[in-house]
Design a protein around this ligand. Structure first.
Ligand SMILES: *Cc1c(COP(=O)(O)O)cnc(C)c1O
Length: 422
């Protein structure tokens, strides 16, 4: 496969852009590659600047449930652009998308749009602290909630203790109120609440974590988090930036029948434009400025083009689409499970996303995920790339499906995995 134009593009980009990329994992360093530069994308396919075509299982990190360049979404965006691209003054598309989001997520009684998932989570946490008048936030090892200072916390050990930042440039004090505990572990959460119950503002969780690769909550775990937060007057925040509209139309909260106090959404909701949203109980949202004392704002928040693209996307999310997605998920999972059985690989999947972990043991937590053979994953990534299949370039990410992935593409995916293993 000729990739000379991409190599040259990367060299040029690196002269001006830090690391040559605008988000670190795009550099493909952990898989021993250099980035593809994309020329265009449509449906399930991306074309790089050398003219190579790939079936895309990254989909802009789960954004394109309808595939790239969906005609209805493009039409809505084009129409919106002609009316001006930002006002900084309220406009009707904001209310239209808000209404749609509320229909999918009834727990979001009130909501507010922002421009990225990072902002949505950051704002939800400030609000949770303002509402409870408490400081501590509990998160889970391996869950990602954007790159706000106080959330960049890795848990050193599995012990439920206050943690240090996992990035340079974050003062210890900024993470002093963040605790990270192992996902699917009730004892660790129990201990934290026993020791700090009166100071915990919120528990934030990806209800089906996808940022350590896909990991499923064990039976009753999310119910347990709902119960212990309620008992301690702490808020439960579901970060559904990935799972929203994907694992079910109404996200993991619909799938598992749990009502969180606050929810964050991103990725799919902006239809491929920078938009995200946080929202939840009306009494909590009432604390937000201008009604209340918790400040939050954004120059491009509720951007009319993003709102129009988001609304067109949500309108295309029909029951038929979810049924077909489920069918595709079944194909890839049943056939893929057979192919990887006995090959020291674990397959985790949930509605339209899956991860192949290169480890023989079950993956229920970040600790389990980290047992994966990363060299073998890197070889797998490069093999799939050579077969014209673009995967998210890290063991700790999810592969995503869209309505544009055909049965043939999925069979080809399974075949390419089989080839790698033989
Ligand atoms: C992607 C992601 C974020 C951050 O969203 P950005 O738009 O990249 O800032 C937050 N939470 C989860 C669960 C995510 O997957």
């Amino acid at each position: 496969m000729n990739r000379t134009q991409s190599v040259e593009a990367y060299r040029e980009a690196s002269q001006y852009i830090a690391g040559g990329v605008n988000s670190p994992v795009r550099a493909l360093r952990s898989v021993g590659e250099t980035p593809l530069f994309v020329r265009k994308a449509a449906g399930a396919m991306i074309t790089d600047v050398d003219g190579n075509r790939f079936t895309d299982y990254c989909l802009s990190w789960g954004v394109f449930l309808l595939g790239h360049a969906h005609p209805e979404v493009l039409r809505a965006a084009r129409k919106a652009v002609t009316a001006g691209t930002s006002y900084g003054i309220p406009s009707l598309p904001e209310t239209q998308l808000a209404q749609l989001v509320h229909q999918f997520f009834p727990s979001m009684e009130k909501l507010r749009f922002v421009s990225s998932g990072t902002e949505a989570v950051m704002s939800a946490i400030r609000l949770a602290r303002g509402f409870t008048q408490r400081n501590m936030i509990v998160k889970f090892d391996g869950c990602y909630h954007g790159h706000a200072d106080h959330l960049l916390v890795s848990a050193g050990s599995g012990a439920a203790s206050l943690c240090n930042a996992s990035s340079a440039g974050v003062p210890d004090g900024f993470t002093a109120y963040t605790a990270s505990v192992p996902f699917n572990d009730t004892t660790a959460v129990e201990r934290l609440f026993a020791a700090h119950g009166n100071d915990i503002a919120a528990v934030i969780v990806e209800p089906v974590p996808a940022n350590m690769g896909v990991v499923l909550p064990v039976d009753g775990y999310l119910q347990y988090l709902r119960k212990i937060t309620q008992e301690n007057q702490a808020l439960l925040i579901f970060d559904e930036v990935i799972t929203g509209f994907r694992v079910a139309p109404g996200g993991a909260q619909q799938l598992f029948g749990i009502t969180p106090d606050l929810t964050t959404l991103g990725k799919i909701v902006g239809g491929g434009f920078p938009a995200a949203v946080f929202g939840g109980r009306a009494d909590i949202m009432a604390l937000l400025a201008p009604d209340g004392p918790v400040y939050q704002a954004g120059t491009l928040s509720g951007n009319p083009v993003a709102m129009a693209a988001g609304a067109a996307t949500l309108r295309a999310l029909t029951p038929k689409l979810y049924a077909s997605l489920e069918e595709k998920n079944d194909i890839i999972c049943s056939e893929l499970s057979n192919v990887v059985a006995g090959k020291d690989i674990r397959l985790n999947h949930a509605g339209g996303m899956f991860t192949l972990f290169f480890t023989p043991s079950e993956v229920c937590s970040f600790e389990d995920a980290r047992k994966s053979d990363l060299k073998r994953f890197a070889a797998f990534f490069r093999h799939m790339l050579a077969e014209g299949i673009y995967l998210p370039p890290s063991q700790f990410e999810a592969c995503f499906l869209s309505s544009m992935h055909t049965t043939d593409m999925l069979h080809r995916f399974v075949w390419a995995v089989k080839k790698f293993l033989s």
